[in-house]
Design a binder for this molecule. Sequence first.
Ligand SMILES: Cc1ncc(COP(=O)(O)O)c(C=O)c1O
Length: 389
Amino acid sequence: MLALSPRLRATAAPPIPAARAWSARYRGAAGPMLDLSQAVPGYPPHPALLQRLAAAAGEREGAAYGEIEGDPALREALAAELSATYGAAIAAEDVAITAGCNLAFSLAAAVLAGTGEAVMLPVPWYFNHRMALEIAGIGAVPLPCRAADGFLPDPERAAAALDAAGGRVRALVLVTPNNPTGAVLPPDTLARFAALCRARGVWLVLDETYRDFLPAGAPHALFRNPDWRSGVVQLYSFSKSYCVPGHRVGAILAGPAFRAELRKALDTWQICAPRAAQRALAWAVPALADWRASNRAVMAGRAAAFARAVAPLPGWRVDALGAYFAYLRLPDGAPDAEAAAEILAARHGLLGLPGPFFGPGQERHLRLAFANVEEAALAEVPARLAALG
Ligand SMILES: Cc1ncc(COP(=O)(O)O)c(C=O)c1O
């Protein structure tokens, strides 16, 4: 066998297919499979967006390479939307468009840290963040989150963990609303993290993939201070908000020094983001604002329905819940999370992801992406969880 990269060989296998293999064994005893594994909106894209995508894909312009940092129309549309959402003055040149938010993370990591350096990740983490760092030879310094804190990362514990890491850490990553827990960082906690990062000379990377599912209002005030450009990087995904994960469009919001280095990685890793989708999304950002607001209400309804359905279930505890996900503690006496998730999927038709997919120390937790299915289907979740015994 010829040699393959030791880093890739050391990196975990993609976890979603492993979970899908469990559900493939389900024979339908409890009714149709409830797939609460991968976060995919259960409703279709807006029909007008599908038409725009089809039209843009048929245009010659959409088949050509585009600008490295993204089509100006989409950068402008997103900058205007960000300015309104955060009450801040965001310019089109602050925005770079990427082929999805996963790539945005890998690009950001490449800009901020090199081999042998490290990035701090709260635990539980989003597994692809961990995998991206591993592939790049960047260390992941864990910041454990506690059930007692609703799985919110704590700035004081982060300060202690930064001290203990001894100057290797170049960036701290916060995902809010969080994947996998659903926890939403309050604006004042985010401000404390920003102050901590600035004091320690560490970049703050915010993955706000699920921000459109928060109640209306600014998720935080960090962009109101123009200094954000020298210390904060925001990552965004069009996948969930616009129901177009297959079209691969995401974005990075960052200041000029970061973006000057980013251009090199963008040019090398993607040349440009998919053009047809960028053209259609430039229209959709302002035009589908109301549609997104109504989806936000749908998601809030699903969150409430899920919480109501699961609350009376003996033994189970919802340790965190928000936007898209719930993070449940397994009842005492139940098998550990991987065995429990396999039994739930293969025998009882409920596919969730076990905590250990999201980092160390998560053996007693299960992530359920309740936002994938309609409220009526959520009512079936308790019976299936209870069947675990
Ligand atoms: C926190 C987080 N970031 C990024 C992504 C990936 O988004 P994209 O489809 O834009 O690559 C996901 C998808 O589940 C996610 O949960």
